[in-house]
Design a binder for this molecule. Structure first.
Ligand code: C5P
Length: 442
């Protein structure tokens, strides 16, 4: 496959050298187009040596080959990493004053921007408007990762890790991993001299043992805990940290899926490489999930959704006053989003796999699993991941906010329950494996 790697002028340009290596080692031909500013961070010699091809941003180099038309036309995929605020603005404005911007206008295949900049620049209304414009045109813009930036500051703005950009980029081109899989058995054929895609060893192993089993699938994951406002400063919330949802997203991305991650409040950073949507309340989560579910192959409802919300949200802060009775909070029931997603699937006659989560405790009448089986029937989802919650033997909380988890995964079709224990990522991998098994080949 022909890939164009546009490199913007940011310190994260050095990470794109690793991204370039991932592409070339997977057998792709990469033409690097570094902006002039980026060459202050990484020199042209690095790009030419690593790609084995000329690297220029000048439309007047090789004029006889009409580079600015040819490169864009021949590209199966264009990735811009790091994408600076300036590059996003130029692309959104349709500017064409160098080889990278003209190539972007000539693109016929998918285009992926991986932004990196300081948090203030990312959050600026101008940048956000440019990102929205690009997305509305079908161009893919990753959300930046959250963490340490160039100086001592931290926040959203880090370039996602090269592996995450690599996976997100390849997921945009149908059939790429299939081609890799097909060549794994043919390592001794003349792959090196053909255009066929040769996998890097890790990718080959991943494909061989089914780790890319969600390639080409769209997975919607909800995570975190909703907050239901009482007044402008107070809310009813819950203990969900979002860790299990993030682990599920990372596992699905590693399996080759494109992931829409709809998250309510979380204590941890959202996953890099997913399309993120932040929500606050159950009703907002419901609209976002129902909208995203329409195009999803899989919906995983890991969010802790408030079952009730205050029936009345005060516009001013509720005051505590002497000689006046203390306020009483009246609650109304929130819709059950999981049940609605199941109903929506039936109404659309859609082939979709739906996974619910349940935190259960046992009592004198039934154990936690008994209650969970009943819940699975009531909700009608395909799989239910059951956590036993409450204090463990040591008296410490078993699930919420912890790094490890122990679950039973129940199936509506009556298949034997699967147990998984270990880190939240181990549990996520078990869920993703079951999902992939049930979906079968794409
Ligand atoms: O009924 P319960 O809250 O135990 O169900 C948990 C499952 O249902 C989770 O998958 C959760 O995301 C989902 N849920 C929902 N809408 C609600 C409550 C829970 O989708 N109002």
């Amino acid at each position: 496959m022909n890939i164009v790697l546009g490199v913007g002028g940011g310190i994260a340009a050095y990470k794109s050298a690793l991204l370039l290596r991932l592409f070339t080692e997977a057998g792709h031909k990469v033409t690097v187009i570094p902006t002039e500013a980026s060459t202050k961070f990484v020199g042209v010699a690095t790009w030419e040596a690593l790609s084995g091809r000329p690297a220029t941003n000048d439309v007047f180099d090789a004029v006889d080959q009409v580079n600015h038309v040819r490169i864009g036309h021949e590209a199966d995929l264009i990735v811009v990493a790091p994408a600076t605020a300036d590059l996003l603005a130029k692309a959104a404005g349709g500017q064409a004053n160098d080889l990278l911007t003209t190539t972007l206008l000539m693109a016929r295949g998918p285009v992926l921007f991986a932004p990196a900049m300081h948090t203030e620049m990312w959050r600026h209304a101008a940048t956000q408007a440019n990102v929205a414009t690009l997305r509305s045109r079908g161009i893919h813009v990753l959300d930046p990762a959250v963490g340490r930036l160039t100086g001592p500051d931290t926040g959203p703005g880090r370039l996602p890790e090269p592996e995450a950009i690599f996976a997100a980029a390849l997921a945009l081109v149908p059939g790429v991993l299939v081609a890799e899989s097909a060549t794994t058995d043919a390592a001794t054929t003349d792959v090196a001299t053909s255009d066929a895609v040769t996998p890097v060893p890790d990718t080959a192993a991943a494909v061989a043992n089914g780790a890319a089993a969600l390639y080409g699938r769209h997975v919607v994951i909800t995570a975190g805990g909703t907050r239901e406002p009482l007044d402008p400063v107070r809310f009813l919330g819950n203990k969900s940290s979002g860790k299990q949802g993030v682990a599920l997203a990372e596992s699905a991305l590693a399996a080759g899926a494109t992931v829409t991650f709809i998250h309510a409040h979380m204590d941890v950073a959202p996953p890099a490489g997913a399309t993120l949507q932040a929500v606050e309340t159950a009703l907002e989560l419901r609209s976002a999930t129902l909208a995203a579910a329409g195009s999803a192959d899989v919906v995983i409802m890991a969010a802790a959704v408030a079952d009730f919300r205050p029936s009345n949200v005060s516009t001013g802060k509720i005051k505590k006053r002497d000689n006046v009775a203390d306020p009483v909070i009246n609650l109304v029931r929130n819709p059950d989003i999981l049940v609605e997603v199941v109903a929506h699937r039936a109404a659309q006659n859609q082939r979709q796999l739906i996974v619910g989560f349940a935190a259960e405790t046992g009592d004198a009448e039934s154990d936690a699993l008994g209650y969970a089986r009943e819940k699975l029937r009531r909700k009608g989802c395909d799989l239910l991941v059951v956590n036993e919650v409450g204090p463990g033997e040591s008296g410490a909380e078993k699930v919420f906010g912890q790094d490890a988890n122990r679950v039973h995964i129940l199936s509506l079709d009556g298949a034997a329950p699967v147990q998984a224990a270990g880190s939240k990522r181990t549990v996520a991998d078990a869920v993703v494996e079951l999902v992939a098994e049930r979906l079968g080949p794409g």
